[in-house]
Design a protein around this ligand. Structure first.
Ligand SMILES: [Ca+2]
Ligand SMILES: [Ca+2]
Ligand SMILES: [Ca+2]
Length: 447
């Protein structure tokens, strides 16, 4: 039996087994009390920061729930989505719809067949008329703006930005790549040429993205020099509720480069891990000064490149868009999240440990359940093997036409079910709120 996704609050709960007679009346009830303890707060370390980002927990927290139930891995080139638990979020209907993610990079091939369905355009701008129709200060900026060359040409002549875009919002179809937020829109803001760019271009790109409707900004770029212009632009983005996600850098350093290092105040810094969640050797580490640093897949990532192509790339540049995609999923579930709240949720829900095993005890008929991850909500027959459920008579006038063996149900539910011939169900109730929140028939109980 898996309790993941039931969104039980921390505290005391009861598991009820209800037996019915052939007429459908309650004949007997067994109660098992247990308590849920809150998950341990993620601890920070100087290597991996708060650890691997967890979309299922982060998006669930964004809507006031604990986490979402695990789903089957997609496998293949989608291992990165699996590792960050994006399919668990998709299964709940959150796909990034309505969210705009600005890609501040080398441009984006917005004609790519696996991207063009998810490209943001400036609907208030008429292309090719030489006028700034929407009065935002940029002429003919239908497909974003090119701050590097100071024109409206935002196609990608390098490949880097198109690869990043595919990880964020590659179209979910039967080919290529599926983005982490596959219904989000990509805004191409070109701030890099093929040989890099300036901090003034980056700062201008941030402000453009914020002022033109981006909800999330991905910056798979950086240097080892601080920039007061970028710092001020990051503060501006945060003040407008826009979340900036920044690659930590690939210099094997003990702390992130800039602007990712500014994640001590604004935005999120992202380091890279491989498919086994091992830190990539090239990835800059989190550093001893705690900042909003998490890790994401960044080794041999499959995504789009210009000309309807695909390739594998590695770098914290590939890790950041996984996190930008997760943030887009969070915002598609709850548009009111602030930068600081997103930082809080992302870091608190990230995790690098093993899934916690159950801790049970039979004192006072309670069991302690450690809820760090969705798996931790699983209750199996062994969980209650040492406990003796107590019999509760709901209605004293009921005649127990059939009975079941006291103490046997949780020790061996399969035998218990086989030993009885009438319809049964398990009801899970909160002690604070006796409303039944789950009915399980025999089939479910056996899972
Ligand atoms: Ca314009
Ligand atoms: Ca125009
Ligand atoms: Ca695709």
């Amino acid at each position: 039996m898996n309790l993941a996704g039931l969104n039980l609050a921390s505290g005391n709960h009861s598991l009820w087994a209800v037996a019915y007679d052939k007429a459908g009346a309650v004949s007997n009830v067994v109660e098992q009390k247990f308590s849920l303890v809150p998950p341990p707060t993620s601890t920070y370390n100087s290597t991996s920061g708060y650890g691997l980002i967890n979309a299922a927990a982060a998006v669930a927290k964004a809507i006031g729930q604990n986490t979402f139930a695990d789903v089957t891995n997609l496998g293949g080139n989608d291992w990165g989505a699996d590792l960050v638990k994006a399919p668990e979020v998709w299964a709940k209907g959150y796909t990034g719809k309505g969210i705009v993610v600005a890609v501040l990079d080398t441009g984006v091939d917005y004609n790519h067949t696996d991207l063009k369905g998810n490209i943001w355009t400036n609907s208030r701008e008429i292309i090719g008329n030489g006028k700034d129709d929407d009065g935002n200060g940029f002429v003919d900026d239908v497909y974003g703006w090119n701050f590097h060359d100071k024109n409206n040409k935002t196609l990608d002549t390098h490949g880097h930005g198109t690869h990043v875009a595919g990880t964020i919002a590659g179209v979910r179809n039967n080919f290529g790549v599926t983005g982490i937020a596959y219904d989000a829109k990509i805004m191409s803001v070109k701030v890099l040429g093929n040989e890099g760019g300036s901090s003034l271009s980056v700062a201008g790109g941030i402000r453009y993205a914020v002022n033109n409707g981006a909800n999330v900004i991905n910056m798979s770029l950086g240097s080892n020099s601080p920039s007061s212009d970028i710092l001020a632009a990051l503060q501006y983005a945060s003040s407008k509720g826009v979340i900036v996600v920044m690659a930590a850098g690939n210099d094997r350093l003990t702390l992130p480069g800039f602007p990712a290092r500014y994640a001590d105040k604004w935005g999120i810094a992202v380091g890279a891990v491989d498919r086994n969640n091992n830190m990539a050797s090239f990835s800059n580490r989190a550093g001893s000064n705690p900042l909003a640093y998490v890790t994401a897949p960044g080794v041999s990532i499959y995504s789009t490149i210009p000309g309807n192509g695909y390739s594998f790339m590695s770098g914290t540049s590939m890790a950041a868009p996984h996190v930008a995609g997760v943030v887009a999923l969070m915002l598609s579930a709850n548009r009111s999240l602030s930068d600081s709240r997103v930082r809080e949720i992302v870091t608190q829900s990230a995790f690098n440990g093993q899934n916690s095993a159950f801790v049970t005890n039979n004192a006072l008929s309670t069991s302690t359940v450690n809820t760090k991850t969705s798996l931790a909500y699983s209750i199996n027959q062994n969980t209650f093997s040492s406990t003796t459920p107590k019999i509760v008579n709901l209605k004293t006038d009921l005649n127990a036409v059939y009975s079941f063996k006291e103490g046997n149900m949780f020790a061996n539910p399969i035998n218990w079910l086989q030993s009885t011939s009438f319809y049964q169900k398990i009801q899970l109730e909160s002690a604070a709120n006796p409303q039944t929140i789950l009915n399980l028939d025999k089939k479910h109980l056996l899972q």
